[in-house]
Design a protein around this ligand. Structure first.
Ligand code: ASP
Length: 330
């Protein structure tokens, strides 16, 4: 049987960090893709092509770097790779996974991973997570599942996964849907068959201001006014509960000329469409032209909105795309 070949793009993050020049400096990205793979030993059950495309902390990840990584991955798949593994910091890993979920045109999977413990600590989790990601990427059962996150033996769908703990090894969670599967004894086990996915979006050049603002206690709407006056191309509001904002913010939404997407700040569950009626409620915001994010969390809503704006998408199509990707009954 021919061995699968997997392409690994290393972008930085804790998994690749080592102490800086002086002992007080803390760890910084230093290790290459080859260094990371070298830590797995010589007997991998798949062939690997490695590329070190960046050495970033994930808070500094950019769309330009993601576009470059995507292009490198496309070339690898076209040259016969069974899947692409992207290694990066965990802090914005869920956004990277969702970027690939939205823009990846192939059945071959993209599997994103990283580590919570850097290699200088006892029991670093990077090698195990990387091996899990390679296993998932090489397995034909991962085809057609889009972008996945392999972490702590679990396999998550990009659409659901979130970093839900700042320091635990089991940092990623897909509440309330749960993981798609897991890896045990070197094999991936999926709990459900793969489902059809919406067509890939163009990975256009993302630019301009598309802020994510959280609604909270005593929110006057002033911040929303300021970002709109500063030329925001669109705004995601992490609304309270099922997608609510203060009446002051609702006044600003009513006058806004750019797309406003309302998600829930709660961390799980959908936005509503027609239960509450007060000024600032979900039904009032819909009447004002706001788009509800459904089950998409605020961060992923921002990635979707940024890509749609980059593609010059109409307001009606933005609404359609959020329904397609944010609702469960598509
Ligand atoms: N703590 C982060 C990590 O897990 C740092 C980063 O995201 O770059 O890699």
């Amino acid at each position: 049987m021919t061995r699968a070949r997997v392409a690994v793009a290393a972008l930085g993050g804790t998994i690749s960090m080592a102490p800086g020049r002086s002992p007080d400096d803390g760890v910084v990205p230093r290790l290459s893709a080859e260094d990371l793979l070298g830590g797995l030993g010589a007997d991998l059950p798949m062939d690997v092509t490695a590329g070190t495309l960046a050495g970033l902390s994930s808070a500094s990840m950019s769309y330009a770097k993601l576009a470059q990584t995507r292009q490198w991955g496309i070339e690898q798949i076209e040259a016969g790779a069974a899947g692409l593994v992207v290694v990066q910091g965990t802090d914005t890993l869920e956004e990277t996974a969702y970027f690939f979920e939205l823009t990846w045109p192939f059945d071959e999977p993209v599997v994103v991973t990283g580590a919570m413990r850097n290699p200088s600590l006892p029991s670093p989790d990077g090698p195990a997570n990387l091996l899990t990601a390679l296993t998932v990427a090489a397995d034909p059962r991962s085809r057609g599942r889009g972008a996945l996150v392999a972490f702590d033996d679990d396999v998550h769908a990009a659409r659901w996964v979130r970093k839900a703990h700042s320091s635990h090894l089991e940092a990623f969670s897909s509440v309330p849907a749960g993981p798609l599967g897991m890896v045990a004894e070197g094999a991936v086990h999926y709990f459900h068959p793969s489902a059809p996915r919406p067509p890939a979006l163009p990975a256009g050049e993302v630019d301009g201001l598309v802020p994510l603002l959280e609604s909270g206690l005593a929110d006057s709407g002033e911040l929303l006014s300021l970002v709109l006056a500063a030329g925001a191309r669109g705004v995601v509001l992490a609304g309270a509960g099922v997608g609510h904002v203060s009446s002051g913010t609702a006044d600003v939404v009513q006058a806004a000329q750019v797309p406003i997407v309302v998600a829930t700040r709660t961390g799980a569950g959908p936005t509503f469409r027609g239960t509450y009626g007060f000024h600032g409620s979900e039904s009032s915001l819909i009447r004002m032209g706001a788009t509800m994010a459904g089950w998409l969390c605020p961060r992923k809503s921002r990635v979707l909105l940024q890509l749609l704006l980059a593609a010059g998408t109409s307001r009606a199509e933005i609404e359609h795309q959020f329904r397609l990707r944010g609702d469960l009954d598509r």
